[in-house]
Design a protein around this ligand. Sequence first.
Ligand SMILES: Nc1ncnc2c1ncn2[C@@H]1O[C@H](COP(=O)(O)OP(=O)(O)OP(=O)(O)O)[C@@H](O)[C@H]1O
Length: 804
Amino acid sequence: MAKKTTKKKITKKPKLKRPSFQLSSQQKLIFGSLLIILGVLLFISFLSFLFTGKEDQSILSNFPSRDAEAKNWAKLLGAQLSNLFITKGFGIASFIFSGLLFLSGVYITLNLKLERLRKHWIWGTLIVIWLSIFLGFFTHKYNVLGGIIGYEMNHFFQDYIGKIGTALLLVFGLIIYAAIRFKINGQTFVTLFNKAKKDIHSDFNDITDEDDTVVPIDNSLSEEAEAIKSAFEIPLENVEPTNSNPSKLEPKKKENTEPDNAKELEIVIEKSEPEVAIEIEKTVEEKSETDNLADKLVEDFGQFDPTLELGNYQFPPLDLLKKYDNEGISIDQDELEENKNRIVETLNNYKIGISSIKATIGPTVTLYEIVPDAGIRISKIKNLEDDIALSLSALGIRIIAPIPGKGTIGIEVPNKNSTIVSMHSAIASQKFQNSKMALPIALGKTISNETMVVDLAKMPHLLMAGATGQGKSVGLNAVLTSLLYKKHPAEVKFVLVDPKKVELTLFNKIERHYLAKLPDSEDAIITDNTKVINTLNSLCIEMDNRYELLKNAFCRNIAEYNTKFKARKLNPNDGHQFLPYIVLVVDEFADLIMTAGKEVETPIARLAQLARAIGIHLIIATQRPSVNVITGIIKANFPARIAFRVTSKIDSRTILDGSGADQLIGRGDMLYTQGNDLIRIQCAFVDTPEVEKITEFIGSQKAYPDAYLLPEYIGEEGGTNLDIDISDRDKLFREAAEIIVTAQQGSASLLQRKLKLGYNRAGRLIDQLEAAGIVGGFEGSKARQVLVTDLVALDQLLENEKNN
Ligand SMILES: Nc1ncnc2c1ncn2[C@@H]1O[C@H](COP(=O)(O)OP(=O)(O)OP(=O)(O)O)[C@@H](O)[C@H]1O
């Protein structure tokens, strides 16, 4: 099985490259015009053959010499080709071939969709065959009408099914053609028939109405109309008498005179029936029209292809990723035996008997699964973690008691020689290559050496934490690399926030392919904290816009929306467009929270709560996993978490809600959870030079004119005027006023500290306080004067303001 896997891996490789044997526009012009000329030449030859064919017969019977004088307008070649196609081929139906050749030339020259051309050729050829048999049906010898093929096929069919059978077969062919090509079905005839019937009905109604109002000039004519009208009314009247009266004449009279409820209803229905029928007719037509429009658009142009603008884009090849010598698992029997003995010994020391033990060797750790003797308490083994670690003299021992769903106890022991899980092996794995996930990520390998592929779209957001130097940046790069290997630039965009300024700079090269940015910013990678606030708020606007689009399109999520858009059921003129996934990556979230506090937390929480359906996903990394960075609200919205090694049990608990991350061994050893189970994974290793090569490969290709532009967000620094409207005030206005009045100190930095705000927002609050007359004007380096003495006076001032 394993061997097969590797074989397939290799065969899969070219799929990434998308070989391009596309013609350049000049080549298309040359090849296209050649086909057009050939089409015209063929047509001229055929046409001429109808007049000169007989005279040229003598030349055609033998192999013609150069001196032979052909009468055909295209001379010897024309005579030969016509003889081949018309006499020896399909008869005059061959003209269609010249048309198809001409059409092919036009399609190639004008760079039209070849999918349609293919259809023309298939249908064209079928028509040629049908026509040739059809025309052959009427001839009794070889001639130009049906050609040899038409004649011989007829002969063949007539021998087996006779003349009538052949005729019926031809009719059947015609029905197949009409049904498939023009989508005609039985219903079409019923609708046509009904429509015709209704038209006639309403025409006669008109005539009789006129007869009722206008004095009839010609008696015989009105009698005729009456007779026909009653003929149409038979079905309705037939129903009534059976219930009421066996006599046919009497109920008619009663209908007009008796105020019987039931009968009144019948009369109403009868009278209004033509109107209702017309209304129904209209809605049916409308519906089929819109359906057909989308179907027709798809038929004409194919499904909408978002990747078309960068049609020649090539995915990075696998060989840009490095292979390592120490990849793959090597089994060290001695080490296994030694560890096993020590585990058994240690447990025996504590009077814990073992009935069986099994080892699974992973890239960095080996899992020893033990089944203890009956009656042993699990907590007893769990408490021996440190003792087992001591006896094995190894760090990073983790005890899983019990292993969920297995009924065994697991002891993970680090290997003496760990192996590297290369990004190459993760990306090349069949699991990743064949994944149909929206945003597949190859994280690394599990303890049983399976490549772990997860879908970011399903997570829907990812929190990554770990002490410095334990593999966080490599992990982020692995995530980004996975997406670059699987997703076209039209399908995913990254918003990269890098307060450390150096970690993600490599991705600058793919700015116009994969990055998204604010309209007025120069760099796509955000390193400045004030810009982060604007970008996050802008993403919130993008989120709201996308929800609006989804609502108008009656879709529940981005996948449904994009499928509908591709099927051309959403009109771009109504603002609809193909929506790429947006992945926001924040490397070092702690830094942001420390400097911008609530201003960052609020939009992040909003995005985390709402953005999953519309394709915005967050990846947040931090090296300080403390509770004031990973707050409750953030944690609640990030069910998927990755923990690299951390230094304390408390940190581990903050990330994973349990211990474990403190027992990892570092260098990409990590725990992943997406809810309940903790999975130990060795993160795939991708080095900076590899990322550089990939971004260079992508960056050197044709790109979009600009990065993906996010909606504009007018930040708080958008200028202040002192007559600020009360309703425009910041939500924290009152709180800020109280802080300033209590402290009797009008400074923005005080507000920043107390309310955990960014400078811009605090400054704006001060401006608003000044406009409200709570603090005085700007006094250079000195703090502003506070004009309200205490909280009672502040209350009064704000109350007065409200009443005015
Ligand atoms: N998956 C891995 N396999 C092997 N080695 C790794 C792996 N991940 C990281 N390392 C090693 O650990 C080193 C530090 O990793 P990395 O730079 O990702 O740490 P970090 O957590 O981002 O640190 P910082 O927070 O300071 O940026 C790498 O240079 C590499 O040698």
